[in-house]
Design a protein around this ligand. Structure first.
Ligand code: FMN
Length: 209
């Protein structure tokens, strides 16, 4: 059985382009592989912990090899259980809106919380940094209001390069991209973009499942 984790990063719900295309991908994937278990993590519905106080102290205690206090250990356990979703999944689907050339802050918040030594990566003097996620595939659905296909626009894209750098860092290198662009250039352009992206999503689902 495949576990598919859908990480929803848009608060726009039924209007969201990234969610719409991700859901089309997931429905087709499940149609092709009916024993797929789909788990959804809506970052806007989660109470992500602020990264200060005991959780911050726990991070630096861990880095320096100091034992955690009870309060720090409890904060760290909450972080670990959030990261468990990533460890348990075979296929990660991120629906990612472009916000100010980069990621929505909820996704960055999630990344800052779960990307920890001993949780998603390890470090040793012999091997340097190594991701702890293995044998996973990621599908990133990037939604952009404007058209980012032109080379000069790509220089302002801190969404896809960041997502791929982070995924590589935690060990996920089999990464596929879907794009839905021009979503704010009027209903007709938006609809045509969503239609084209849906076709790409269905084709990708057919290749992967
Ligand atoms: C806070 C915010 C910042 C945005 N910044 C950009 C941007 O830098 N470039 C762009 O092309 N579109 C930008 N947009 C438009 C979104 O990328 C577009 O509406 C996209 O469809 C959002 O994804 P969603 O429909 O899945 O929520 C921004 C939207 C919001 C709400």
């Amino acid at each position: 059985m495949t576990t598919l984790l859908h990480i929803e990063c848009s608060p726009r719900k039924q209007r969201s382009a990234s969610l719409e295309i991700a859901r089309q991908f997931i429905a087709r994937y499940q149609h092709n592989a009916p024993d797929t278990r789909v788990v959804t993590l809506d970052l806007w519905a989660l109470d992500l912990p602020e990264f200060d106080g005991p959780i911050m102290e726990a991070k630096y205690a861990g880095l320096s090899g100091t034992a955690l206090t009870e309060e720090q250990a409890a904060a760290w356990d909450a972080l670990r259980s959030l990261a468990t979703h990533l460890h348990q999944a075979d296929l990660l689907v991120f629906s990612v809106p472009l916000w100010n050339f980069a990621l929505p802050y909820k996704l960055k918040h999630f990344i800052d919380v779960v990307s920890q030594k001993g949780v998603l990566f390890e470090f040793s003097p012999e091997h340097g940094l190594r991701g702890l996620l293995h044998d996973k595939t990621a599908v990133n659905v990037y939604a952009r209001g404007m058209d980012f296909s032109a080379p000069d626009a790509q220089a302002m894209d801190f969404q896809k390069p960041y997502m791929e750098a982070w995924l590589g860092f935690i060990g996920v290198t089999d990464v596929h991209s879907l794009y839905v662009e021009k979503t704010i250039l009027g209903p007709e352009v938006d609809q045509a973009s969503r239609q084209a992206a849906t076709e790409q999503a269905l084709a990708l689902a057919d290749r992967l499942a």
